[in-house]
Ligand binder design. Structure first.
Ligand SMILES: *Cc1c(COP(=O)(O)O)cnc(C)c1O
Length: 368
C-alpha cells in the first residue's frame, strides 16, 4: 500500500556517518598519544588528503567554515567596502562586518542565484577592496567575469564555497578560483568533519598568516605576532573528516540519483522552476532548491503542506541577509529585488544520501 506519511520525521538533511568501528579505530592512537588538538597527526593527514581531493595548491584547516572565512578576510588586510550577496547564510556577511568592513550587497542573477556579474562593476567605489561571492546550492559563480572585473579594479576575490565541496568547473577544482575559497565541513553539509572548515588559497605566503591567526597569533613559545583567534581543528574532527572522505564520492552519487528523481517529476511543471544544469560543472548535489513562481500553490503553502506530512523542507535562504533584524537599519532588501523575490519563492527539499526514494516520490506527490 502506498504510504501517506513517512514513518519518521523527514528533515531537509541528515548527516552522513562512517561505520562506527572505523571511527573508533581512528580514535585508538589518540588515546595512546593523548595529543587531541593543536595540529596533530590527523590534522596533517586530513589537510594533505583534502588538498589532493580538491585539487588546490594550498589549504589550511579550521575549526569551522565561518572562522575560516573571518580569519581569511583578516589575513588579507582589507579595509573599506566588500561586495557580497544577500542571498546566502548569515556567516558570509557577518565575517565581513566582524572584520570592521562594510558589506555592499550586490543582487543575484535569476538563473542560478549567484552574484550577478552584470551588476558588480557599478557597485565598485574607491573604497572597495574585495568581493566575496557565494557559490549557491552548488551553482558555481561566473568566476571568469568576476575574476576579470576584480583584476581590473585590483580587488581580492574570496569565494564562500561552503556549498561546493568537491565540485569542478571544466575539470578544475572550484577552490582554485579567486584568491581564496572557504569550504565548510559542518555536519549538515555534503561532506563533514562534525564541525570544520578549510580555506584553499593561491598565494603560498598566506599559509603562515592563516596558521598564525588560527592559533592566537602565536609564532613561537615566547612570541605573539598578530591579534589572532582560536580557529584550530581538533583531532576528533580531523579523524571524522578522514573517515568521511573515503565515502564522499558514493554519497554524492546517491544524492545525484535522488536529485534526478526529483527532476523527473518536477521539471517542466508550469510555475515550478529548477536550476538549469551547467554541463561544465561536476555537481555535488548539496541541495534541491525549487522556485515556485506562479505555481497554483505559493512557497509557504507547499512548505505547510509538507510539514503537515511531517516532512520539513527549508526556506533557505529566507530572509535575505540585508533584511535581517541586525542589518535592516543599515541596508534594504529593496536594493536587491531579485534576491528579495527568490527568497520568498524558493524552498529547498529534503536531500541526503540515505533519503529513501519513496520519500522523494511522496514529496513530489504532495507538491503536485
Ligand atoms: C554552512 C555555511 C557557512 C558556515 O559554515 P560553518 O562551517 O557552519 O561555520 C558559510 N556560508 C555558507 C553559504 C554556508 O552554507
Amino acid at each position: 500500500m502506498k504510504r501517506e506519511k513517512p514513518d519518521h520525521p523527514v528533515l531537509v538533511t541528515r548527516s552522513s556517518l562512517p561505520p562506527l568501528e572505523e571511527y573508533v579505530e581512528m580514535l585508538k592512537p589518540l588515546w595512546d598519544s593523548a595529543w587531541l588538538t593543536n595540529m596533530g597527526q590527523y590534522h596533517k593527514e586530513f589537510a594533505a588528503q583534502l588538498k589532493e581531493y580538491l585539487g588546490v595548491p594550498n589549504l589550511e584547516l579550521f575549526v569551522n567554515g565561518h572562522t575560516a572565512l573571518e580569519l581569511t578576510l583578516q589575513a588579507m588586510n582589507l579595509s573599506g567596502e566588500v561586495i557580497t550577496t544577500p542571498f546566502t547564510f548569515a556567516s558570509t556577511a557577518h565575517a565581513i562586518v566582524r572584520n570592521g568592513l562594510t558589506p555592499v550587497f550586490c543582487d543575484i542573477n535569476p538563473e542560478d542565484y549567484t552574484l550577478d556579474a552584470d551588476r558588480l562593476e557599478a557597485l565598485i567605489t574607491d573604497r572597495t577592496t574585495a568581493v566575496v561571492p557565494v557559490h549557491v546550492y552548488g551553482n558555481i559563480c561566473d568566476v571568469e567575469r568576476i575574476g576579470e572585473i576584480a583584476r581590473r579594479h585590483d580587488l581580492k576575490v574570496i569565494y564562500d564555497a561552503a556549498h561546493t565541496f568537491g565540485e569542478t568547473l571544466d575539470g578544475q577544482g572550484v577552490g582554485t578560483f579567486g584568491d581564496a575559497s572557504m569550504f565548510s565541513f559542518h555536519a549538515t553539509k555534503v561532506f563533514h568533519s562534525i564541525e570544520g572548515g578549510a580555506v584553499a588559497f593561491r598565494d603560498p605566503a598566506l599559509a603562515s598568516v592563516l596558521y598564525e591567526l588560527k592559533n592566537f597569533g602565536i609564532t613561537d613559545y615566547e612570541k605573539v605576532d598578530s591579534v589572532g583567534a582560536n580557529g584550530k581543528m581538533n583531532e576528533f574532527q580531523a579523524a571524522m573528516g578522514i573517515c568521511n572522505l573515503r565515502y564522499v564520492d558514493g554519497e554524492i552519487e546517491k544524492r545525484r540519483a535522488l536529485a534526478m528523481r526529483y527532476r523527473q517529476r518536477l521539471e517542466g511543471v508550469k510555475g515550478i522552476r529548477l536550476c538549469r544544469e551547467n554541463p561544465r560543472i561536476r555537481y555535488n548535489y548539496a541541495y534541491m532548491p525549487v522556485v515556485f513562481d506562479g505555481y497554483r500553490k505559493d512557497r509557504d503553502q507547499v512548505f505547510a503542506d509538507l510539514a503537515a506530512h511531517d516532512i520539513h523542507a527549508r526556506k533557505y535562504f529566507y530572509p535575505c541577509v540585508n533584511n535581517y533584524d541586525c542589518y535592516r537599519d543599515r541596508f534594504s532588501e529593496a536594493d536587491t529585488p531579485v534576491a528579495a523575490r527568490i527568497s520568498r519563492q524558493v524552498l529547498t527539499l529534503p536531500l541526503y544520501a540515505d533519503l529513501e526514494p519513496e520519500i522523494v516520490d511522496m514529496i513530489c506527490d504532495i507538491i503536485l
